[in-house]
Design a protein around this ligand. Structure first.
Ligand code: MN
Length: 723
């Protein structure tokens, strides 16, 4: 339990001239008036104001704020009056406590129904003195930490409110640790099951992760110190809330998420050193293009400054690294609180001006704009940088993720509206569906029953709901298309054999065959199977005619079989391996890989339906993709559960040193990769070119091993050879 003496000691530590006597009196008074009251945990009530004061001490706040924190519930929960507080502790303390009491009275509806007027009241209350908000956030933090004692329904409500209101507020104030703590606590309360599962998965890999963190920290520190940069390198597993958010936005499983660990390099020295450090890190590990963010040159609206980059780490994994100076790090952790100068009245140093600027702006707007809706509309951009607020023609507010389009809006209204969304008007003007909405737009959607979700919508829609619906409908459309295609193929094959599809359908014979061929399926599934190449049309015809399978005509071997026969040669292969590709969510489709691009799991891929021969999978960037009929394009994705090694080729150019081939092959087998074939050619310039065929199960492993090979002395280049 936190004791008053600890609080007093720490305040004196960072601010030796503080009014200790004020703190003491506040503590004694709070203890007296809360006497006999208990928290839901059964503990004495006094623990709560003490803990809240402790949080503010963590933020190194002034004595007035800490005193107000000790007294923050006295007006609300005891018989104490404002006059009493004023007399005993002065006008400032009384003002803060009163401000807090006013906020406490505001009830928040859910994020969606957040009432403009309430919101405004709170902003006004807090913007008169930022310390009110800081105490409120500390109060909420301790309440969240003791949330387990609250009954289930209140717990959900409080957690949701925390997520909707206090997390964005803490973020806006730039107090990172507070934002993260609140977000994590709220997330744990709101998603208990997800949390349990994530924790289970993370625990199994903890030891490995810790070793890995240590290794990376070692590499970065020594690299930087060798180059005269003093720094502290930290590595930690990200919070579950942010891991989950990432899994959701990227639609991936935990084991596909490589950047669950974040590294932070805190530099002792001027900000230019950050760029020097970045250069050294990029020199050590290859940066992932377009993941570099310079918040140093362009600070975030809340003042956050840092360099962010993602590199391909020592094991070919993506690794996120943040680089900043000590001062920037402190700002990122403490935000507005870091700049609290223990001054009388509002802060007015130029840098504080900037930090408090948005708050002042809010105050001015609130004076100018009488209409609370208009006010809300004006301020929300500041508080919710990730959201955009727009209006329906009837004036209802909808909040959508930033960069949302009319299609996102349509899906937010209703999935039917989304599915048939044909056009949009923004503020009365026709706009394309990919138009990006901005705050305050009034959006009107026109629907048409002939309109259906289109694949290209996925290129611009941003909300999860819209994406899910569009993917789902596209899959349904693709299934229909596959059926029609299969029916087509079968009709032609039958006609050649003198059979009539419609007659066989009527007689039920086709249905019967379908049932015996496809477990739980009917004629439609049979058509789909034919189009995906799971069953040859000719074989269906023979069976309908009652003929035995003939040996001469080769029947397409299902992919599983073919792969199985391939991999049984390899002792390490799992006999139950499948293609490792899901076509429109199905795992058992005949899949071929484009010989032109040889995609590997982890590479981005697209599929094309080939008449009667299943689906061909190409790497997204493969030139063939642009030649093929877009109508035949189909959603494919690597199956996360199945890792099937595939044969790929790499070419290594090296000096013709003795023993170099052995070193290269050692590097390959050390990575657990099997070599299928090697071919070596040497030219007159004493350069050797080795062509390897390797069994690799994913792009990550391949990248790691290629990296390993480049480290072999004498190796000049390593390239993946496609086709
Ligand atoms: Mn409280």
């Amino acid at each position: 339990m936190l004791r008053f003496n600890d609080i007093a000691d720490r305040v004196l530590d960072y601010s030796p001239s503080s009014d200790l006597e004020l703190l003491q009196r506040a503590y004694v008074f709070s203890a007296k008036v809360h006497e006999g009251q208990e928290r839901l945990s059964g503990e004495p009530y006094l623990i709560h104001p003490l803990e809240v004061a402790g949080v503010l001490v963590d933020m190194r706040m002034d004595a007035v704020t800490v005193a107000a924190a000790l007294l923050h519930d006295t007006l609300e929960d005891t018989l104490t009056t404002k006059e009493e507080l004023e007399r005993l502790f002065g006008a400032k303390v009384a003002f803060l406590v009163e401000g807090l009491t006013k906020i406490a009275k505001i009830e928040f509806a859910s994020a969606r129904e957040r009432q403009a007027e309430n919101f405004r009241k709170m902003l006004v209350a807090m913007s008169t003195d930022i310390r009110i908000l800081l105490i409120k956030l500390a109060d909420r933090l301790h309440n969240m930490r003791t949330l387990e004692y609250v009954n289930e329904s209140s717990r959900q409500r409080i957690a949701q409110e925390t997520m909707d209101i206090y997390v964005p507020l803490a973020q806006r104030l730039g107090i990172r640790w507070l934002m993260e703590d609140l977000q994590e606590l709220a997330f744990r309360a709101l998603h208990a099951q997800v949390v349990e599962e994530l924790e289970r998965q993370l625990t199994t890999s903890r030891e490995e992760r810790e070793k890995y963190i240590e290794e990376v920290i070692g590499i970065i520190s020594s690299k930087l110190s060798q180059n005269g940069i003093n720094c502290e390198v930290k590595g930690r597993t990200k919070e579950l809330a942010s891991i989950y958010k990432k899994m959701q936005t990227q639609g991936i499983a935990l084991d596909q998420m490589y950047d669950v660990i974040a590294f932070r390099v805190v530099i002792e020295g001027p900000s230019e050193m950050c760029y020097a450090a970045l250069g050294l890190i990029h020199g050590t590990w290859r940066p992932v293009p377009s993941r570099f963010k310079d918040f140093l040159g362009n600070p975030k609206p809340n003042g956050y400054q840092s360099l962010h980059t993602t590199v391909i780490g020592p094991y070919g994994e993506r690794m996120e690294v943040q680089i900043r100076t000590e001062e920037m790090d402190r700002d990122a952790e403490y935000g507005i609180a870091a700049h609290w100068k223990y001054k009388e009245g509002p802060a007015d140093a130029p840098e504080d001006q900037k930090r408090f600027g948005w708050l002042r702006q809010l105050l001015e707007w609130q004076r100018e704009l009488a209409d609370p809706h208009e006010f809300l509309d004006t301020v929300k951009l500041d508080l919710f940088p990730d959201e955009v607020f727009v209006f329906t023609p009837r004036g209802e507010v909808m909040n959508l993720p930033r960069r949302a389009t009319p299609v996102d809006f349509a899906y937010a209204i209703h999935s039917e509206v989304g599915d048939h969304c044909a056009g949009a008007k923004v503020n009365g003007k026709m706009v394309p569906l990919r138009h990006v909405l901005v705050d305050g737009d009034t959006v009107e959607i026109t629907t048409s029953e002939h309109q259906f979700p289109r694949k290209d919508w996925l290129e611009f829609i941003v909300s999860g709901k819209a994406r899910n619906h569009v993917r789902h409908s596209i899959r349904a459309v693709e299934r229909t298309r596959a059926r029609e295609l299969g029916r087509d193929i079968l009709t032609r094959e039958m006609r050649r054999a003198g059979l009539s599809l419609s007659k066989l359908l009527q007689s039920g014979e086709l249905e019967e065959l379908a049932r015996s061929e496809i477990r739980g399926g009917g004629a439609n599934e049979l058509f789909a199977a034919v189009s995906y190449g799971k069953i040859a049309a000719s074989s269906v015809v023979r069976k309908l005619k009652g003929e035995e399978e003939t040996k001469e005509e080769p029947k397409p071997v299902p992919m599983q079989e073919r792969l199985r026969s391939l991999f049984t040669k390899r002792p390490s292969a799992d006999a139950s391996s499948e293609a490792g590709i899901r076509v429109s969510g199905q795992a058992d489709v005949l899949v071929r890989f484009g010989g032109c691009c040889d995609p590997l799991p982890g590479d981005e891929v697209v599929g094309f339906v080939t008449r009667g021969r299943g689906v061909t999978v190409h790497a997204r960037g493969c030139p063939r993709v642009f030649e093929l009929d877009p109508e035949r394009r189909i959603d494919v994705a690597w199956d996360a559960e199945v890792a099937v090694p595939r044969k790929i080729r790499i070419r290594v150019t090296s000096r013709d040193n003795p023993g170099i081939l052995a070193k290269i092959t050692n590097a390959i087998s050390a990575a657990g990769i099997n070599i299928a074939a090697v071919k070596v050619t040497t030219d007159e310039q004493k350069q050797a070119s080795q062509s390897f065929e390797l069994w690799v199960s994913n792009a990550k492993t391949l990248n790691a091993v290629m990296k390993e090979i480049t480290r072999v002395k004498g190796v000049l280049s390593v390239d993946r050879v496609r086709g």
